[in-house]
Each structure stands twice: as structure tokens, then as C-alpha cells.
Design a protein around this ligand. Structure first.
Ligand code: ASP
Ligand code: CP
Length: 325
């Protein structure tokens, strides 16, 4: 079976949500779904035989690292087992030199780093495409693509939905990318931004989406608590955890962290909170969850977060295939 790559991605780095248009997204979703059907029917793919990917993860990960690696392997490619711990990063090697080194052994790099600016530093020296697997509190564009695939596959549409982004919207990079990707490419009905005081969506992200909201008549409401009326109105509840590693140690226990703890009751998603939800809606979370999403809804068919992480494998297969094929 041959798959059609998304031609506009060939040889390109994946840096930000803004680089994707509706045609790219629709094609990526179609490709990811075709790859899912193929793999789930027990077949294999050898499209990237002989190609090499190196993940450079300067921050912890369970899903993004492993799903990128599994995606490369399932396409027939190979993965270099580079670990920041135990590397010459500990001898003081700069990010640029580490990127130059691994880039010289690879066809594609996958970078996760706690600093927003690390991505630009890496792409300025890499000769091969770099996949942004999360740059600090900046963006997580492949997560937004897999989130969009999840909504499309689970609800059968993305246009016309009402979605609530909930939690630490200030430091959460997944919601920055997702808000940009969705508002720029889909005619949403309404977006609720539900964040504890001090953890609201950054103004620069709001500025980036303002023109699309106006042009597409997408309603936007910012609140501090997830009321039954909001839950009842939503097709998607997208929960996120407090990004506590992004707050300086000195601030631990201080403002934003304390605010989140205090506000947890207002944003917690659990069985009781879903009482006012529609029959056909989904609860999403990029994971890992901490205590903002209760395990008491895990067996509710509307809990889509474990399916969401699985869609990540197929979306990353579609991305790597399109970049490298
Ligand atoms: N895993 C996601 C990220 O790396 C969300 C999170 O960690 O809360 O951005
Ligand atoms: N969703 C996500 O990025 O998960 P990890 O941090 O575990 O990679």
C-alpha cells in the first residue's frame, strides 16, 4: 500500500502551529487515519527504511519521546538512543554543538527543551528538519495536530464545536498551540478559557488569535471556574495540569502555584462535574495528569485521553513520513 505524504512538509522543520493551513491539517488527519487502519490490521510499513531519527530531550517525557520513536520504527526507520543525561551536555557542551553533532548522524531531530528560544537555536544550526516536541512554555505543535485528529475522529467534525481549555493556560504549551491551530483553521462556535487567576492565557497568544476570532465570529469567554453551564455547552473539555516546573523554585508555594491549588475545586474534572455534560462530548488531556482530572471518569466513554495519546503515534507517523518520504 502506498500512502500520500503531505507535500508541503517535505524537508521542513515542525516549529509552530501557525505553519499549518487547513489543507495540510486535513491531509495529515487523513494520512494518520490511513496509517492507523494499516497498522491495526497487522500490516507493516517500510517507507523510511534506512532513515535515522535522533530525539534530543532536555526535559522529561513519556508520550512524545516514545511515540516519536515508535512512529519512526513503525515506518521502518531507526532511532539513535541519545540521552542528555550521560552525554557531553554535562561537560558544558552548548545546545548548538550538541545539535550539530547529532544532526550530522541523522535525517531528522526531535527536540524538547525547557527554554522557548532553544528551538530557534537548534534550527539555526541543523541541516536536517527539527521536530518541536515542546519548547518551554512556548508551543507543542505536534500535540495540537494529534489533538485535532482526536477531535475529528471522536466527534466526526472540528468545525462548529465548542471547546473549553482548562487549567494552567499561562505556561501550558499544548493549549497555546491548540488554540492557535483550531482558531486559524476551523470555524469553532465558542472557546472558553478556564484558568485560575494569574494563570490565564498569555496576551501574546490572545493577540495571535484575535483576527481569526473576529473574522470567523468565534466567541471567546475567559472565566476562572468550570460552571455546570459551561460543561453543558461544551463538545470538548480539554484539561491541563499546573506546569509547576516552569515556576522558579522561589515562587513555589507563592502566587500562581498557590492559586492553582486553591482553584482546583473550580476546575477539577470528575464524575460529578460531568453530570451536566452532553452524551456526545469528549474529555481530553495531553497527560500527564496530576490531580486536575479524576480517575473516577476513566471508564466513562467520553473520557478520550487514553485514545488521544494513542492517536499521537499515528499523527507522528504521518508527520515523519511527510517530512522524510
Ligand atoms: N505533556 C505535555 C507537555 O509536555 C503537557 C504537560 O506536561 O503537562 O507540554
Ligand atoms: N503530551 C505530552 O507531551 O506528554 P509527555 O510530556 O509525556 O511527552
Amino acid at each position: 500500500m502506498s500512502f500520500t505524504p503531505v507535500a508541503s512538509l517535505k524537508g521542513k522543520s515542525v516549529c509552530a502551529a501557525s505553519q499549518f493551513d487547513r489543507t495540510d491539517i486535513d491531509a495529515l488527519i487523513e494520512l494518520a487515519r490511513a496509517m492507523k487502519a494499516h497498522i491495526e490490521s497487522g500490516q507493516t510499513i517500510h517507507a523510511l527504511d534506512g532513515r535515522v531519527m535522533t530525539p534530543l530531550f532536555y526535559e522529561d517525557s513519556s508520550r512524545t519521546l516514545s511515540s516519536f520513536c515508535a512512529a519512526m520504527l513503525r515506518l521502518g526507520g531507526q532511532v539513535v538512543n541519545f540521552k542528555v543525561e550521560g552525554s557531553s551536555v554535562n561537560k558544558g557542551e552548548t545546545l548548538e554543538d550538541t545539535v550539530r553533532t547529532l544532526d550530522s548522524y541523522s535525517d531528522v531531530l526531535v527536540l524538547r527543551h525547557p527554554k522557548v528560544e532553544a528551538l530557534a537555536q537548534a534550527t539555526s544550526v541543523a541541516q536536517h528538519p527539527v521536530m518541536n516536541a515542546g519548547n518551554g512554555s512556548g508551543e507543542h505543535p505536534t500535540q495540537a495536530l494529534l489533538d485535532t485528529l482526536t477531535i475529528s475522529a471522536e466527534l466526526g467534525r472540528v468545525d462548529g464545536i465548542t471547546i473549553a481549555l482548562i487549567g494552567d493556560l499561562k505556561m501550558g504549551r499544548t493549549v497555546h498551540s491548540l488554540l492557535k491551530l483550531l482558531t486559524h483553521n476551523f470555524s469553532l462556535a465558542k472557546v472558553y478559557l478556564v484558568a485560575p487567576a494569574g494563570l490565564e492565557m498569555p496576551q501574546e497568544v490572545l493577540d495571535a488569535v484575535a483576527a481569526d476570532l473576529t473574522q470567523k465570529h468565534i466567541a471567546l469567554e475567559q472565566v476562572h471556574a468550570l460552571s455546570p453551564a459551561i460543561v453543558a455547552d461544551c463538545d470538548v473539555l480539554y484539561a491541563t495540569r499546573l506546569q509547576k516546573e516552569r515556576f522558579p523554585a522561589a515562587a513555589a508555594g507563592a502566587d500562581p502555584v498557590a492559586a492553582f491549588q486553591k482553584a482546583k475545586e473550580d476546575i477539577l474534572i470528575n464524575k460529578a462535574r460531568l453530570e451536566s455534560a452532553k452524551e456526545k462530548m469528549i474529555v481530553m488531556h495531553p497527560l500527564p495528569r496530576v490531580d486536575e482530572l479524576s480517575t473516577d471518569i476513566d471508564s466513562d466513554p467520553r473520557a478520550a485521553y487514553f485514545r488521544q495519546m494513542k492517536y499521537g503515534l499515528f499523527m507522528r507517523m504521518a508527520i515523519l513520513y511527510s517530512v522524510l518520504a
